[in-house]
Design a protein around this ligand. Structure first.
Ligand SMILES: *Cc1c(COP(=O)(O)O)cnc(C)c1O
Length: 408
């Protein structure tokens, strides 16, 4: 029988989620040496000198920017597609977001547009690697360096990606990785900041030490969320439960199904929530230390799937990446002329897909800062996920290839 194929997975097993859920009932959450041990291992993985763990990537970016003491009204160059929390922390610091469009093949800043956007008031650039694609980051960083702007790499979707045989996340002044649900190293949330500058690391450790104590119920919620998503994407549960439900939703609300993820909160916030400033826990660090053991094998399996699918579907419009870049393909996606129709046809072949669930933060109606970003618009509206996760079997891959070649 052909079991329905979900668009993605959670990168640990249901049993792991259950184990950590039980562990979280009693485990010591504020065991700093355990957090430090994970930080050291993560810094080593990236080839960086320091790692400081925060509860969210947005929190790490908040402190990295705050420590620069930029004048009020300084411009921060941001990706048009990301999570809203990063926009919120930039605004909370009194800084001005400026959105630069992406290149359709690297899904990262267009180099010429970036150069044009830089001016005397630009103080930082947040280079974001969408879906695990890799641009010519050396060129992007060089453009920033000539203007003396601070470079933050958000490599939440590109852990273990490389450019010129160097890890993504090791090019800017700081790199930030979100170890949140559905990412390739998921520690039930977390924002891991890496850098080489000793003084900056010291300052950020002081900020880390000032965070509020972790809240056990918040950790439970995150583990339960992963557990539910994990069970829902288990092949049998997905086939008999979730997939038919998605089909039904598509019939009932034909215009809202492309994202299938529900509307994320798009309102502006007055104050950053306290939850963003509660310390990263020792339990999350333990999850991270275990996750690091299998990370590379899972990367390899996904990359193998991607290579097979791409090679067998030459007419599909995949983003082409950059010369010298080794993308990690957190998600494989391709552009389609009529994504709604394509999604429907794939559904008929029992393959789940969707457009990105990230927000187009350059066009949020509730926010006064907007950008003209046509390539990001196209990525946002016209690209679909093609399942490539570890765990797909040969028959699954053949079905995906056939659908790509038959019905586009
Ligand atoms: C998942 C993700 C994040 C998540 O950030 P948190 O603040 O940890 O929730 C940030 N940036 C990108 C690009 C992401 O994909």
């Amino acid at each position: 029988m052909n079991l329905a194929i979900p668009r993605g997975i959670i990168y640990h097993s249901v049993l792991d989620d259950l184990k950590w859920l039980v562990t979280s009932l009693v485990a010591k959450l504020d065991d700093q040496p355990v957090v430090a041990a994970f930080e050291t291992r993560f810094a080593q993985l990236l080839g960086r000198k320091h790692c400081v763990a925060f509860p969210f990537a947005r929190t790490a970016i908040y402190y990295a920017l705050k420590r620069q003491h930029f004048p009020h009204g300084s411009e921060i160059i941001m990706p048009p597609i990301s999570i809203k929390g990063i926009l919120d922390v930039v605004l909370a610091l009194g800084l001005v977001p400026v959105f630069v469009d992406i290149d359709k093949d690297t899904l990262c800043f267009d180099e010429q547009l970036l150069e044009k956007a830089l001016n005397a008031n630009t103080r930082a650039v947040i280079i974001t690697y969408l879906f695990g694609m890799v641009p010519d980051v050396e060129k992007l960083v060089a453009v920033c360096r000539t203007r003396g702007v601070f470079v933050i790499e958000d490599f939440s979707q590109c852990l273990n990606g490389q450019f010129a045989d160097r890890k993504i996340g090791s090019f800017g002044e700081v790199g930030v990785y979100s170890a949140s649900s559905i990412k390739t190293l998921d520690t039930y949330g977390g924002g891991l900041l890496v850098c080489d500058d000793e003084a900056l690391a010291e300052a950020l450790r002081a900020d880390q030490a000032q965070l509020a104590p972790p809240v056990r119920t918040q950790l439970w919620q995150k583990i339960v969320t992963d557990l539910i998503r994990n069970v829902a994407t288990t092949r049998l549960v997905f086939h008999f439960g979730v997939f038919p439900l998605l089909g039904l939703l598509a019939k009932l609300k034909p215009n809202s199904v492309l994202k299938h993820t529900g509307d994320r909160d798009k309102a502006m916030i007055d104050e950053l929530p306290g939850e963003w400033f509660c310390a990263y826990t020792a339990l999350q660090a333990r999850v991270g230390l275990e996750g690091l053991v299998s990370l590379e094998a899972l990367d390899q399996e996904r990359l193998h799937n991607v290579a097979e699918i791409k090679a067998a579907a030459p007419s599909v419009d995949f983003p082409r990446g950059s010369e010298g870049g080794k993308p990690i393909y957190w998600q494989l996606l391709a552009y389609f002329a009529d994504p709604a129709a394509t999604q429907q046809r794939w559904h008929g072949k029992k393959i789940d897909t969707a457009t990105t669930s990230l927000l187009k933060i350059s066009a949020l109606p509730a926010y006064p800062y907007h950008g003209d970003t046509p390539n990001a618009d196209k990525l946002y509206s016209n690209s679909l996920f093609i399942p490539c996760f570890p765990g797909l079997n040969a028959a699954d891959r053949q079905r995906i290839i056939q659908v790509l070649n038959d019905v586009g």
